[in-house]
Design a protein around this ligand. Structure first.
Ligand SMILES: [Zn+2]
Length: 133
């Protein structure tokens, strides 16, 4: 496993831990907003307040939308998708017995890590080291 993959998995684990903790604390992973209060939707369909706006006017509609788009269920879905991407873009020797590696999924000729994993790292805020890993 390359350093980049290890750091990607660490970041994903960090996101999953925060999302799972939020679900445990708030009683639900899908969150909805009415513009003033953010609610966690429990399994029984009931709603549990998570947070309230700090302004009398409430949140801007877009802020409520942002919070619900990034609710724990959404974060956990993205984490599963990111793990699948990492698995499909595994480091593979270019040929048996060769030390050079590539990504079979991308057919990358530029070596390792492949452009897809580099894009994923950029999106997750995981920086590459100077040697590209
Ligand atoms: Zn790839």
């Amino acid at each position: 496993m390359t350093d980049l993959v290890a750091r990607l998995l660490d970041k994903i684990e960090e996101f999953e831990f925060a999302a799972k903790t939020a679900v445990a604390n708030e009683g639900g992973g899908r969150w909805v907003s009415n513009g003033e209060v953010l609610f966690a939707v429990r399994r029984d369909g009931g709603e549990c307040p998570v947070a309230a706006s700090v302004t009398e006017a409430g949140w801007a509609e877009e802020t409520g939308a942002h919070l619900t788009i990034n609710d724990p269920d959404s974060v956990l879905r993205l984490c599963r998708a990111h793990r699948d991407i990492i698995e499909r873009h595994a480091e593979t020797p270019v040929a048996p017995g060769r030390r050079e590696t590539t990504c079979v999924e991308c057919g990358s000729v530029s070596g390792w890590p492949c452009p897809t994993l580099r894009d994923l790292a950029r999106g997750l805020g995981v920086e590459e080291t100077t040697d590209g890993n």
